[in-house]
Ligand binder design. Structure first.
Ligand SMILES: NC(=O)c1ccc[n+]([C@@H]2O[C@H](COP(=O)([O-])OP(=O)(O)OC[C@H]3O[C@@H](n4cnc5c(N)ncnc54)[C@H](OP(=O)(O)O)[C@@H]3O)[C@@H](O)[C@H]2O)c1
Length: 304
């Protein structure tokens, strides 16, 4: 385990064994075969290439995702792209993209997606541990009728909703929204048009997405359900009764991407609406990174 000098020497228990945290600045990457980077773009920029001279890097940050020489991988969607490892670096997509492409893949294969309109409902853990601690702190302050001053958010997050994740670009979209567009194209199909609105909610874990899809080909709801249910990592929960759908709390700690509220969009030809929920820390980050490593080992790419 490697972190900043702030954590050096700290002991972390993993599977019953204590591991001492080491300092990244002095870490010897020749000692490892695979390094998982999960400390943000600036750290990946500074250290990933140095590490990649000695070992394979699986990078959780956004820094290498759009590099044409770096594969951007969700194993059950595009593991074939693992054949193109040039820099010894593999990128892990953004959390909101991973759960989206997992649900889109089986549908794209059958009915060819033309356009997607997605609105996200993202938990504070997408920003790391500090925003999670702050949501709890802010909630207590509001309940105690005390003044709230936001540190990790642009506005109060407790009992509120913020339509802004990551920095703004010149055209008014945020970087998080552009990541969803660009990463979906890179992973799934460059021809897919996608427009996104990304919103932060006072939820600790799991991201939700309201997704409107326009297909090239006609579909049936029965075929959509069957395709989603049979796809690795997807689970349909769609009873059309009170509570017969997935929510962030229920998705927390689970590995599946849950799909609910499957219904026809009657306002366009071949239109479909879905509600997608998944644990952003597991499926949207750590688990996908580990599954990339497993896919490499399974396909004998690793070690070449
Ligand atoms: N959370 C998600 O849903 C999600 C999804 C996909 C990708 N990601 C990406 O994963 C990365 C981390 O996210 P997180 O949620 O785990 O954040 P986090 O809870 O804030 O953790 C950040 C980690 O990075 C380490 N770190 C910070 N500065 C460092 C430095 N100078 N040298 C070495 N280590 C350093 C920290 O160690 P110290 O404690 O020593 O500072 C800490 O272990 C980000 O790039 C994020 O975009 C997150």
């Amino acid at each position: 385990m490697v972190a900043s000098s702030r954590s050096t020497g700290k002991k972390i228990n993993f599977k019953g064994k204590e591991h001492e945290v080491l300092d990244l600045e002095n870490f010897d990457f020749s000692k490892v075969k695979i390094a998982f980077f999960a400390a943000g773009g600036e750290i990946s920029k500074k250290f990933a290439q140095k590490a990649a001279k000695n070992c394979l890097v699986i990078d959780n940050s956004s820094y290498y995702r759009m590099d044409p020489e770096v594969p951007l991988i969700v194993p059950q969607v595009n593991s074939d792209d693992l054949k193109n490892i040039n820099k010894n670096i593999i990128a892990n997509p953004n959390c909101s993209t991973i759960q989206l492409v997992i649900a889109l893949k089986p549908l794209h294969d059958l009915f060819a997606i033309k356009r997607i309109v997605v609105s996200t409902y993202q938990s504070v853990s997408g920003g790391g541990k500090a925003p999670m601690d702050e949501l709890i702190e802010q909630t207590k302050l509001v309940l105690d009728n005390k003044k709230v001053k936001s540190k990790n958010f642009t506005k109060q997050i407790a009992f509120n909703v913020i339509p802004h994740i990551d920095v703004f670009s010149d055209d008014g979209y945020t970087k998080e929204e552009l990541k969803m567009t660009n990463e979906t194209k890179k992973i799934l199909d460059d021809k897919i048009n996608l427009t996104a609105t990304c919103v932060r909610l006072p939820v600790l874990v799991s991201h939700s997405e309201s997704v409107n899809i326009e297909f090239e080909k006609p579909y049936s709801l029965a075929k959509v359900r069957e395709a989603l249910d049979n796809f690795e990592g997807c689970k349909v929960i769609d009873d059309r009764t009170d509570g017969g759908y997935s929510t962030p709390l229920e998705a927390e700690g689970k590995v599946e991407t849950f799909i609910s509220r499957i219904r026809e969009d009657k306002t366009i030809k071949n239109g479909l609406n879905l509600w997608i929920v998944s644990d952003n820390l597991l499926r949207g980050a750590a688990l996908n990174a580990v599954e990339i490593a497993e896919a490499l080992i399974k396909n004998n790419f690793y070690g070449k």
